[in-house]
Write a protein that binds this ligand. Structure first.
Ligand SMILES: *[C@@H]1O[C@H](CO)[C@@H](O)[C@H](O)[C@H]1NC(C)=O
Ligand SMILES: *[C@@H]1O[C@H](CO)[C@@H](O)[C@H](O)[C@H]1NC(C)=O
Ligand SMILES: *[C@@H]1O[C@H](CO)[C@@H](O)[C@H](O)[C@H]1NC(C)=O
Ligand SMILES: *[C@@H]1O[C@H](CO)[C@@H](O)[C@H](O)[C@H]1NC(C)=O
Ligand SMILES: *[C@@H]1O[C@H](CO)[C@@H](O)[C@H](O)[C@H]1NC(C)=O
Length: 331
């Protein structure tokens, strides 16, 4: 009797279970498919979490400046030119790192960058970043997270692999800047939001124009600002342009925004002035020539040259009026 009851109970349980399976299993499968689809779509743009290795003891050295150079995996000749020119003088307490994404990279290219890294020990290889898919914004965010997790430093210089930097004067000038909460570069405000083309902004709604930001050819952040961005990375909206995004991420902060005309960091060089600390849009050959001239004569420009006018940012007015004081006296 008891056994019969147990059996029939088992049958009922089994039947209920199997009846349930009919609905639950397909639902579960569907849920997993939908979830993993949305995950894989997000995985390309959302930053990943990094575990901190700072406590390992190995990476406890404090660098005054870390130079993060955004580079493309295939551009090893450009990196070679940079190492042989503006990075060729060793500065104590300064470390440079080339940041490349390796997701979906052809095996031979990956092999090459691993070899390049084993000879130079100066590459950050981000396996969450697909160079041919991700915007530079996702890459910069992953780079900041990596840096925050792996190094002790006071300042970060972010630049591109077509930037030419005069390291010694830059470091010298950096010592004269506020040592905390620093956002130093060539600022722009009130510029129009890209509505079409490669730089089209689909997610921009904050304002009719971009917010003030330092142009991406080179800017310096104190480590507290890098940390702020790194620890909030999962919540930050990413825009198409990396420099625009950094400006937005730092926009609510009470920090030192220092506009400096010696940062020739716009989409196109303003010309050549001996005061320039950074010049953007330089080919590998131009870097070699500039470096050779600089070494030989001590001067960056054999004759100074203006291509476009420069301005001082006016912080007392709104962005639409910030950047109109074009001044022929400025480099
Ligand atoms: C590196 O950072 C850790 C944690 O912030 C700190 O305890 C340590 O003293 C730093 N190392 C150096 C060399 O400053
Ligand atoms: C990387 O992006 C390219 C271009 O969008 C795509 O074809 C490729 O499948 C991606 N690779 C990975 C591993 O995500
Ligand atoms: C690149 O080189 C550095 C320094 O030698 C090393 O710590 C790092 O693991 C290397 N990265 C890869 C992906 O091999
Ligand atoms: C280097 O110097 C030579 C000779 O003065 C000059 O013609 C050339 O334009 C300079 N190159 C660069 C990149 O400034
Ligand atoms: C900034 O703009 C205000 C208002 O137009 C003007 O009075 C001031 O002189 C400007 N400051 C600079 C540094 O140009």
């Amino acid at each position: 009797m008891a056994r019969a009851w147990r059996q029939s109970k088992n049958r009922i349980v089994k039947n209920v279970f199997c009846f349930g399976c009919l609905f639950i299993v397909p639902l579960l499968v569907l849920a997993v498919v939908v979830y993993s689809k949305s995950k894989s779509a997000e995985a390309l743009s959302l930053p990943v979490e990094f575990s901190s290795t700072k406590t390992d003891g190995l990476l406890q050295k404090l660098f005054y400046l870390i130079v993060l150079i955004m580079s493309d995996p295939t551009k090893s000749a450009t990196r070679k030119a940079i190492r042989e020119t503006w990075l060729s003088n060793n500065h104590e307490d300064v470390k440079h790192l080339f940041v490349v994404g390796s997701k979906g990279l052809a095996q031979d290219v990956l092999q090459n960058i691993l070899e390049e890294n084993s000879s130079h020990h100066d590459m950050v290889i981000l396996d969450s970043i697909n160079e041919s898919y991700n915007s530079l914004t996702g890459k910069i965010l992953a780079g900041f997270q990596w840096l925050h997790a792996n190094h002790n430093f006071s300042f970060l210089l972010k630049c591109d692999d077509d930037s030419f930097v005069r390291m010694s004067p830059l470091i010298e000038e950096l010592h004269k800047q506020p040592q905390n909460h620093l956002y130093w570069g060539f600022f722009k405000g009130g510029s129009s939001v890209f509505q079409k083309g490669k730089w089209k902004e689909n997610d921009w709604f904050l304002c009719d124009t971009y917010l003030p930001y330092a142009l991406g050819g080179g800017y310096v952040l104190s480590s507290d600002l890098v940390e702020f961005i790194a620890i909030n990375a999962l919540l930050l909206q990413q825009y198409k342009s990396e420099d625009v995004s950094v400006g937005v991420w730092l926009s609510p902060l009470k920090i030192h925004r220092v506009h400096d005309v010696r940062f020739d960091t716009e989409f196109k060089s303003r010309g050549c002035y001996n005061e320039y600390l950074i010049t953007h849009k330089q080919s590998a050959n131009e870097m070699r020539e500039k470096h050779a001239n600089l070494t030989k004569t001590g001067k960056l420009c054999q004759s100074e040259l203006r291509v476009r006018y420069s301005y001082n940012y006016n912080w007392t007015v709104l962005p639409s009026k910030c950047c109109k004081n074009f001044d022929p006296e400025l480099p």
